[in-house]
Design a protein around this ligand. Structure first.
Ligand SMILES: *[C@@H]1O[C@H](CO)[C@@H](O)[C@H](O)[C@H]1NC(C)=O
Ligand SMILES: *[C@@H]1O[C@H](CO)[C@@H](O)[C@H](O)[C@H]1NC(C)=O
Ligand SMILES: *[C@@H]1O[C@H](CO)[C@@H](O)[C@H](O)[C@H]1NC(C)=O
Ligand SMILES: *[C@@H]1O[C@H](CO)[C@@H](O)[C@H](O)[C@H]1NC(C)=O
Ligand SMILES: *[C@@H]1O[C@H](CO)[C@@H](O)[C@H](O)[C@H]1NC(C)=O
Length: 597
């Protein structure tokens, strides 16, 4: 506390930052305004699932993992196939990041799976190889973001927060309670990225956090391997003997400390908490705690981001399903092994996306004419009594005007060209943070002052109630619910159309450089047009995606009929179609999406 006050005092007393004229920058066709006086840019990168493969051979056969034979493996990758990423894709992706993002982002979240799949019997993976492939990606980060001091690059200039993927461990999916070989190896490779004071925790458990804006915002790197259904070495989060149990105890202590310090947190992980249709990625007891923790710490958590599924989508958690009662029966878990059969994968992905839509169709429907994402204020102003009652009932159902009953997890698609390679850039609200001390200013790490360390010890010793305490009654809605400093405002999804680039290269007779272009921008986009990335905006989007879904009609046939009369029956739902198309990074042809409901 004293230290942060001191830092704030220093920041306030330091010479006034020279006011620069607002810079207009063009980033892949999107105009980006950089705030003038702040050292923060209000922007960060999410990159995931690189799956670097040193054995990739252009011109080889995708049926032989793009290692041998003759086939259509391109020089930058084989979109739509089960192959991993060639080194040149990694290089060119980082070249693009250097040219376009280098001095425009505040931090990076990197959600795992940097190593190749174990997909070729002739070239089995080794532990050393996994370490080397992670090292290769670390080297790339350091080439672009490393501090150049005396030729050495031992420190990044901005915080980079890594996370353990199910293919960063050996054998894949299996991760024992630490300390183990994996936490030691990754701890060594990721050393520049793990704060000194967190190294011990990382070696023990494989989780940690970084204060990416000291005393303001932390990124918490969750070890989802302890939640993952396919990890046969652990068993959920209910029993004290399980690392998953300790993960949630640690997480609540950290979120509690952050609440007390008036800090906010972004949670990141590799395997997302998907739990729809035939798919359940996490053990139910872990999902329950996660959902409950997000609800109880809704004043602290800014958002949560994942990778792993190579599928662009989001997940809504309903806190009313998190009862912590004896974990409900698990749904049949999705086996990640069929990842290699493209056919099955695409079909099962359609099924999964449809099940999300069905769930969203069951969300309480807003009174007519009300869009939660944009009409909250208008909603408050309504006078007619009948409408008022309807409105009240609706708001009660969703947890008040900020839809606090729910929380959202965002899943970014991958660099590995399962479809097209892609990366995501978030913008967040930096109003009022003009004078915040940055990570670089603070000497790249915030040392734990004794008062804080003492408080942490105290919380760890205390017998905490089973359910974490909610925000105080007087607390305003958190950054994930109402636009305020640190709220996520939008993201831009960038992708590289490998089909086009390969075609151009063939025509030109030389390899063209990889260019990422804008796939969509959540705010500027005509279809999503999200005001920001708060829960009310996602609630609104989910409702629009679900509109006219087969499930919606079975829920409330009468209402639907009335609506149809008013609007005219529009069978095609543009928003659902866009959601579906974007899930696959625009790779699938239109006709392939026909009939998916
Ligand atoms: C990728 O970049 C590294 C250096 O950063 C270089 O050593 C390597 O040869 C490059 N690989 C390709 C395929 O261009
Ligand atoms: C792939 O899926 C399509 C449509 O479901 C089916 O007609 C086709 O036979 C499948 N191909 C293989 C190789 O399984
Ligand atoms: C950031 O939050 C403040 C409220 O604290 C709000 O006034 C402002 O409009 C927000 N900025 C953006 C760009 O949405
Ligand atoms: C490749 O580019 C040429 C010229 O721009 C175009 O005519 C052709 O349709 C393209 N092929 C594919 C598969 O995109
Ligand atoms: C990618 O490029 C191909 C070939 O030019 C084109 O047919 C296709 O529509 C493009 N896809 C996207 C999503 O840009």
């Amino acid at each position: 506390m004293w230290l942060s006050l001191l830092l704030l005092a220093i920041a306030a007393a330091s010479p006034v930052v020279v006011q620069q004229s607002p810079q207009q920058q063009v980033l892949g066709g999107i105009e980006i305004k950089s705030p003038s006086s702040s050292k923060l840019h209000g922007r960060f990168l999410h990159i995931t699932d690189i799956h670097l493969d040193p054995f990739y051979e252009p011109g080889s056969s995708p049926r032989k993992s793009c290692h041998r034979g003759k086939g259509k493996a391109g020089y930058l990758g084989a979109p739509g196939e089960g192959c991993d990423s060639p080194e040149i894709l990694l290089n060119q992706t980082f070249d693009w990041i250097e040219r376009n993002l280098k001095d425009k982002i505040d931090f990076i979240v990197w959600t795992g799976d940097s190593a190749r799949h174990d997909n070729d019997e002739r070239i089995p993976r080794t532990e050393t190889q996994i370490e080397e492939l992670n090292q290769a990606v670390v080297d790339k980060f350091m080439e672009v973001f490393g501090e150049k001091k005396d030729g050495g690059r031992n420190k990044p200039t901005i915080p980079i927060v890594p996370n353990i993927g199910n293919n960063d461990v050996m054998p894949h999916n299996i991760f024992e309670k630490g300390p183990n070989k994996c936490t030691r190896k990754l701890g060594r490779v990721w050393k520049p990225f793990i704060p000194e004071e967190q190294r011990h925790t990382f070696l023990q458990w494989g989780w940690f956090y970084t204060e990416v804006i000291p005393s303001k915002l932390a990124v918490v790197s969750l070890n989802t391997m302890y939640f993952y259904e396919s990890n046969a070495a652990v068993d959920g989060c209910a029993a004290r003997s399980e690392p998953g149990y300790h993960h949630f105890e640690w997480l609540r202590v950290q979120l509690q400390l952050m609440r007390e310090r008036e800090m906010k947190a972004i949670l990141i992980g590799h395997v997302p908490p998907a739990r729809s249709g035939k798919r359940q990625n996490w053990d139910e007891s872990c999902w329950q705690k996660y959902t409950l923790w997000l609800h109880q710490y809704r004043d602290v958590v800014v958002g949560s981001m994942y990778g792993h599924m190579n599928l662009d989508h989001f997940i809504i958690q309903d806190s009313r399903e998190a009862t912590l009662d004896a974990a409900a029966d698990n749904l049949p878990s999705f086996s990640s092994d069929d990842e290699h059969d493209q056919n099955i994968t695409t079909q099962s992905k359609f099924g999964y996306l449809s099940s999300l839509r069905e769930e969203w169709a069951r969300l309480p429907s807003p009174p007519s004419g009300v869009e939660l994402g944009s009409d909250l204020e208008a909603l408050k102003g309504r006078k007619k009594r009948k409408k008022k009652n309807k409105r009240k009932r609706f708001l009660k159902k969703i947890g008040g005007p900020y839809a606090e009953r729910y929380s959202v997890s965002l899943v970014s698609p991958s660099v590995i060209p399962r479809y097209y390679p892609t990366i995501r850039v978030f913008e967040y609200n930096i109003t009022g943070l003009e004078h915040a001390v940055t990570w670089a200013d603070s000497g790249s790490h915030v040392s734990m002052d004794s008062e804080r360390a003492q408080r942490e010890t105290e919380l760890n010793k205390k017998k905490l109630p089973r359910i974490p305490s909610p925000p105080s009654k007087s607390a305003p809605p958190g950054p994930a619910y109402s636009n305020q400093p640190l709220t996520l405002l939008n993201y831009i999804q960038y992708y590289a159309n490998l089909t086009q680039i390969e075609n151009r290269s063939k025509l030109d007779g030389e390899l063209s450089a990889l260019e990422y272009e804008v796939e969509y921008h959540t705010h500027q986009d005509d279809i999503y047009h999200m005001r920001d990335l708060t829960m009310p905006s996602f609630f609104d989007l989910a409702t629009r995606i679900a509109g006219n879904s087969p499930a919606a009609s079975s829920v409330d046939i009468e209402k639907k009929r009335k609506k149809k009369k008013k609007k005219g029956s529009k069978k095609d739902n543009k928003v659902w179609r866009a959601f579906l198309n974007r899930a696959f990074v625009g790779f699938l042809d239109d006709y392939e999406l026909d009939g998916v409901e």
